[in-house]
Design a protein around this ligand. Structure first.
Ligand SMILES: C[S@@+](CC[C@H](N)C(=O)[O-])C[C@H]1O[C@@H](n2cnc3c(N)ncnc32)[C@H](O)[C@@H]1O
Length: 261
């Protein structure tokens, strides 16, 4: 079972994405005219939008449940089957037998590669799926050391932070989302335990789901080395989807790479 399988039912409610990212990736894809590879496409927040613009998109994800949500949304949105190909596979090892002018890995997805070997395998896999001169955008959380230092170094599930409350009108329920995080400094891993409570109109708990997630934080310097080991040329590192260059004040890094032509 993939880590995100248990997230699929809640993902779109709890992860609305980052401001400006849909316009950014959509604009980059339209400028090139497709086809686009999205690694870790999930429920298709971005892949579906791009496919709705008439671009050919291939989305790879290792969670069957996330892809099932994506398929259903794409069908409701009337996306043509030929415009959105979904592949259930591991983005570190997949071989699609195709090369793309543009690849994206959005919403900090790269952080799910937990070891240097995973990270290199994943970047090499993307590199091998680009045409010479093809470009790759990869968004990562820019982990600020002071922020990381605030997390505990061992789990304490009695201390839960309220992360979100979201009303779902179609089901007339509230989702109450709590999280507890702890860090492993030696491995640069953030371990997360989440609880999503489905609450009825009277405040009664209808269901509660416990979910886990582990992510690696990556410094700008590490990303530079990983990219160089892969063979990518770094074109830019943005701090915002409006094109502002990254500075240590930014909480997102958007790496823009090119496979040398
Ligand atoms: C943070 S979500 C992002 C989903 C989507 N790109 C978005 O912006 O909403 C990360 C996604 O990456 C997928 N993922 C994580 N590790 C993966 C791997 N090794 N191979 C393929 N997909 C993976 C997860 O299943 C999940 O759907």
């Amino acid at each position: 079972m993939a880590e995100f399988d248990s997230w699929a039912a809640y993902y779109d409610y709890l992860h609305p994405g980052l401001p400006g990212e849909a316009e950014f990736y959509g604009g980059q894809a339209l400028r090139r005219g497709g086809p686009v590879l999205e690694a870790g496409c999930g429920t298709g927040r971005l892949a579906i939008l791009m496919a709705m613009s008439g671009l050919k998109v291939t989305g790879v994800d290792n969670s069957a449940a996330m892809l099932a949500v994506c398929r259903e949304k794409a069908s409701h949105a009337g996306v043509k089957k030929k415009n959105l190909v979904l592949v259930e596979a591991d983005m570190r090892h997949v071989n699609l037998g195709a090369a793309y002018p543009l690849a994206i890995m959005a919403y900090r997805t790269f952080m799910h590669c937990l070891t240097v070997e995973d990270q290199l395998n994943c970047l090499r896999c993307i590199y091998n799926h680009l045409v010479p001169g093809g470009e790759f955008f990869c968004n990562l959380w820019a982990a600020q050391p002071a922020r990381i230092a605030r997390y505990r170094t061992r789990p304490d599930f009695n201390r839960r932070t309220l992360a979100d409350t979201v009303y779902i009108p179609s089901e007339d329920i509230m989702l109450i989302h709590f999280v507890s995080l702890w860090r492993d400094d030696a491995r640069q891993l953030l371990h997360e335990r989440h609880w999503v409570r489905e609450q009825g109109r009277n405040g009664n708990t209808l269901h509660e789901e416990e979910l886990s997630m582990t992510r690696a934080w990556i410094t700008p310097r590490e990303m530079e080395h990983l990219a160089a080991r892969t063979g990518f040329t770094t074109i830019a590192v943005l701090g915002d989807f409006d094109g502002t260059p990254w500075t240590p004040k930014h909480t997102e890094m958007i790496w823009h790479f090119r496979r040398p032509g």
